[in-house]
Design a protein. Structure first.
Length: 153
């Protein structure tokens, strides 16, 4: 299949609604979770207003935003550098399998390699989401030896 021509750009405050919509779709599709739209919108707006929280990158065609991912940072004292965490990955149905995620990932990887303060890129994925895991492997990523634990409040 041919790749969809997209432009990758950082999200702006006026993109909050589409980013929120894609985050709601992501939770629904990957975790069967219905999130509170208002709360998600507040969270998206908070990040867009404060670059220290992270950045969303959007994949855009001539007429629509067709994909997104978010980058947050984690300081590694062992490496004296930042890990960039890929989160909130979503590609709109109908645009999947057309290279949208590849374009987003390639953009982020190039930016990370240019930044001497970045030591690597990480992400987490639902253990049952084999399709996404295969995509990440094709991008050159490998499964880490770390396991992920959490405590939600």
């Amino acid at each position: 299949m041919n790749e969809l021509p997209v432009v990758i750009r950082a999200a702006r405050v006026e993109d909050a609604e589409i980013v929120t919509e894609y985050n709601l779709c992501l939770a629904r599709e990957t975790e069967s979770r219905e999130l509170d739209r208002g709360r998600v919108l507040q969270g998206v707006r908070a990040l867009l207003a404060d670059g220290q929280k992270g950045v969303y990158y959007l994949a855009e065609t001539a007429d629509a935003v067709v994909g997104q991912l978010m980058i947050t940072r984690e300081w590694s004292d062992w490496r004296n550098a930042w890990f960039w965490w890929i989160q909130s990955v979503y590609v709109r149905e109908g645009s999947r399998g057309l290279g949208v995620y590849r374009a987003l990932y390639t953009h982020v990887k190039a930016a990370a390699k240019e930044d001497e303060t970045v030591c690597g890129i990480r992400l987490y994925v639902e253990s049952e989401n084999e399709r996404a895991q295969e995509v990440y492997r094709r991008m050159g990523m490998s499964k880490s030896s770390y396991q992920f634990f959490e405590l939600e409040f």
